[in-house]
Design a protein around this ligand. Sequence first.
Ligand SMILES: N[C@@H](CCC(=O)N[C@@H](CS)C(=O)NCC(=O)O)C(=O)O
Length: 219
Amino acid sequence: MKMYGFWRSLATYRVRVALALKGLEADLVSIDLLKGKQHTDEYRKVNPQNVVPALVVDDGPPLFQSVAIMEYLDETHPQPPLLPRDPRGRARVRGLSLIVAADGHPLIVPRIRSYLENEMHQDEAARNKWLAHWTRKALEALEQHLSGERETGKFSHGDVPTMADICLAGQVIGAQTYFGVDTKDFPTVMRIYGECQKIGAFDRSHPLKQPDAPKNPAH
Ligand SMILES: N[C@@H](CCC(=O)N[C@@H](CS)C(=O)NCC(=O)O)C(=O)O
């Protein structure tokens, strides 16, 4: 397999953790989002949306969208499962995952940030306020679910990691590493993040541990 991704990308992180949990490897093609390399004609042929990740699994077109890729990996490599067996549990794990992947994360990606800067003429302080606000809103929603629902266990859903934990961990990394969001108001989220970090697949997938990450990243 070949993954087009970037060290800093939280959507890439999600697929990286899923691959690692399943003991799979993919060669990395680093697309430098900080240099706008997602906009090249060459990369548009890989992913017409000009975003990472994209995963090449065969001679067909690359897979796209991190949640769809994680589900593909889960269907083709069922062990260990990233989703519970029961439909209701699957709905909950998908719901928790989408709080991050469908609602929180899309508001903080480079194309939104550059639109705020170049088209809406928002200064850095305003942009940082935006990023922190939407990052916090997703964490708040996760915290409400996870602290109040009996399905929560050692991890977001029971005692083994699922796709919900992969999304949660990426959200926490964004909050802590990129946007300086104080996470003390989210104790359940942070407890679960701590459990994730004890697992090698999560730990070694951290953005700052990737081969294309700068030695002293200024983010
Ligand atoms: N919903 C997509 C999000 C993909 C996405 O926005 N990726 C970001 C990096 S995390 C990106 O490549 N952004 C490029 C840009 O915004 O210009 C997924 O989960 O795969």
